[in-house]
Every structure is written in structure tokens, then in C-alpha cells.
Design a binder for this molecule. Sequence first.
Ligand code: HEC
Ligand code: HEC
Length: 443
Amino acid sequence: MTHARKRGIFWGVLGVLTVLCPLCLSNVHRLAAQPSSDISPRWRIANEPPGNPQTATEAPASFNPNNYNNGLLSDTDFQQDKVSFETVETVADGLGPTYNATSCCECHGNVITGGDSQVTEVRSVRLTAKGYFASLGGSIIQARATFPDIVEHVGPTDTIRAQRKSTPVLGDGFVECIANNTLLALSQAQPAVMRGLPAIVPVLEADITPMTMQNFTLSNAVRIGRFGWKCQHASLVSFASDAYLNEMGITNPLFPTENLSDGRLVDHTTAYDPVADPEDNGTDIQAFAAFMRATDTPARGPITSSVTRGETLFTQIGCAVCHTPTIVTAPAGTLINAGAFTVPTSLGNKNIHPYSDFLLHDIGTGDGIPIQPTPDFTYTANVMRTAPLWGLRTRNRLFHDAQPLTLTEAIQRHKAQALAVAANYNRLTATQKQSVLDFLNSL
Ligand code: HEC
Ligand code: HEC
């Protein structure tokens, strides 16, 4: 349990049906054709109108540890929900039996609560003639457990393995409020060889069927994903619910079933878990989502003349094709998340500077693990989300696998769809390269 005040829980929001946008769907279908895909037109992506660049105002940006509430919540509520995000859970609260860490903040805390961390986690799947299959206990191999005999291990036949680093959640309320139409338009505007794929994912709180990792499939309640290295979620309530179970082992209304440990049942019907499911009644999930939605975007460092020159070069050589400098969020009042959320005033029609298109690209780093090992998501196995570069100066390990340790190494690792742009970078003079690095270090 966290110390969050009890909130009115509104799990029942359903069914406001998405408006079929045939144009968008045909685009998705066509775009998806590039890495082999079978995104079917039967999934309806809501027509979420874009914001207006003429009237949009700047989203607040800060790394101020004392106050980074963007205005969505009262300061008291913000502090309470932040405490929920920081609270260390125990076995009596439902932690485990298999888990990765004891609080959200343990992996999302640099340099303030909601930032990222060096923590990586292990995923594994296997590929057979019949397609991708998750490992026995799910594709995340939890690093810790509450008993010695149930710590998970990668199975010898699960030969596709990956490390995935924690991503920051600061400013993600604004990202959630980017309209589907905006992401599709970004994709459309990209040259064909560099075009990003939108990930189409379920919005769990807009669907009536509680999810398990076994039935994480597409239904009518879908939206374009934007969170996680594979854009595997479109809503912060969905992500928080998934993380509470898969990172901390705490079952909740959207993920009511405890994970298996290497295929073995370890839930409250066994001696491994003293707490009945769901271990959270939804209160904590709502607090996590509210906190994330209420955070400011990451603030820039000092802008020198070299930084300004570097930003111009960044755009001129093509980095900005994927690392989109400015996006306007949908207008306040827009119904998003397949009907489960309405864009609030504090998040609507705001300019944000994420330096990401929130689309999936093949830059030669795809880790071979799809969003979920089901046919719906096979097309996501070898593409990665354009890493948002806001807050970059707070990270000293880069990419999904935390392998590049310098910006130059990161740039040199851009191949495939980004090969020509990386070559443009390599043709710059030493001074110009330094300006691009200065710019990146100002983010
Ligand atoms: C053990 C470390 C760990 C813990 C604990 C953890 N996370 Fe995460 N989080 C991650 C990793 C790793 C990713 C990237 C996952 C991926 O895409 O494969 C992530 C991604 C996210 C994202 C997506 C952010 C973005 O913009 O891409 C959200 C939102 C999030 N976590 C919320 C939470 C919440 C809420 C909690 C607490 C219930 C939590 N996380 C606990 C490691 C953790
Ligand atoms: C075709 C799209 C594309 C282009 C063009 C592109 N990038 Fe990227 N960039 C990505 C993707 C995708 C990732 C994440 C890769 C991963 O983690 O496997 C990424 C990651 C990064 C990262 C690491 C960020 C982090 O937090 O880990 C940096 C830095 C970066 N890019 C800088 C650049 C620069 C500078 C250029 C221009 C020379 C550029 N990129 C061009 C798609 C692109």
C-alpha cells in the first residue's frame, strides 16, 4: 500500500467508440508494410485531432526537485502521489514473489523522482517455425524473488535475449496527450527510407477484459503506443498497471494474475505469497499515473552559441527527422486513450520538445523481442522507439541496452534507416561535430 489518499476509482470507463478514420488506417497499413507486418485494418484507431501550433503555449520545463508539478494537480496531491511513486513495498503489501525492484523510484529516480536510472532488465523469448514464444515465466526474467527456489532463470532454449534500460517518465503526461493523428502525420512526413512505424497497442483501462500476459492482444480499444522502448503502451494507467505487476509483483485491477516463476505457480494459493489478488485495488495505480501526468518536462541546460549552431546542424543533417524537436499536444477536452481519458487544460495544446517522433525505427539495434510474443506484434521485433533526447545530459549509459557510453559511440551505432544521417554527421568538420555534441549535452 502507498500513503496515497483514497481516490475515486474509475475503472469502468468504457466503450466510447473510436471514430473510424479510413485514411489513417490505410496509412498504417501501408507504413506497416516496411518491416514485414500484418497490422490488420480491423483495429480502429481513434481520430484524435492535433493541437494548433499557432495558439499552442510552452509546456513547463524544470528539474526543480521541490516543485515540478505542471499544474495538473494541487501541490498537496502532487506531493502525495510522488510519495506513492517513491514508496518501498514489502511482501505484506504484495511485493513479489518474483520482482525486479521495490519501488517505481528505484528505477525512475535520476536526478529527481520520475527520471530514469542505470537499472536494466533481462528479457528473453524463443523463435520457432510457429512464431515467437515468451519464456516460461513471461518475456521479462525478473531479477529477484522472495524465496531462493523461485528466482527466475533464462531457459536454454530462449535464445533471443536482451537488456532493456529504464526510461524516464518526466513530462510523459504531455506525451500521452499527443494525438494519434499527430503521430501518423509525423510518419507520413518522413522520407520513405526513414519512415517510422506507429505501434498499435491495447489501452487496457478502456477494455472490459482484465489483461494477463497471456491475453495481451489487440481488441477494439487500441491507440498508437508511445511509451517504452517498443512503444508498447499508449496510456500511463496501462503502463503503471503493467509495471506494478511486472517490476514489483503487485497485482492490480488490470493485471489481476500473479506472474509465474519459470512456469511455476507462486501466487497466494501457494506458500510463496501471503496476499490475495488483486494486491492493489487500483488506488496506487491511479496515484502513479497522476504523478507521472503532473510532471514538468525535462529542462534544457545553458544555451551557448555553439549549442544553437549544433541544433541547426542536427536538423540540417537529418537527425531531427526521427528526433522531432517540437510536437504540439492535442487540445484540452480531446477524448484520448480509446475513450478512457480527456486531455486536461494543463496538458492540452502545449509545445513540447521531446526530440522523438514516438515511432518505431530499424536503426540496426532491434533486440529481436516483439512487444508481446503474439502474431499481432511480430512486426515490432527488430525496431526500436526513437529515444526521446530530452533530459539526455542526465544519462551516462545510452540506447535500450545501455551499451554506448559516449555520445559519439551512440551516433556511430545508428545504421540501417539512420545510416545516411550518421554518414552526414561523419562528414562534418571537427568544430561542427563539437557543436552537435554541445547541443546534445544541453538537452
Ligand atoms: C526494476 C526497474 C523498474 C521498476 C521498479 C519500474 N520500472 Fe518503469 N521502466 C523500467 C524499464 C526497464 C522501462 C523500459 C521498459 C521497456 O520498454 O522494455 C520502464 C519504462 C516505464 C515507463 C515508460 C516511460 C517512457 O516514456 O517510455 C513508465 C511510464 C514506467 N516505466 C512506469 C513505472 C511505474 C509507474 C513503476 C512503479 C509501479 C515502474 N515503472 C517501476 C524499469 C522499471
Ligand atoms: C531513423 C531514425 C533516427 C535518426 C535519423 C537518428 N536517430 Fe538517434 N535514435 C534513433 C533510435 C531508434 C534510437 C534508440 C536506439 C536503441 O536504443 O536501440 C536513437 C537513439 C539516439 C541516442 C541515444 C539516446 C538515449 O537516451 O539513449 C542519441 C544520443 C541519438 N539517437 C542521437 C542522434 C543523432 C545525433 C542523430 C543524427 C546524427 C540521430 N540520432 C539520428 C533513431 C534515429
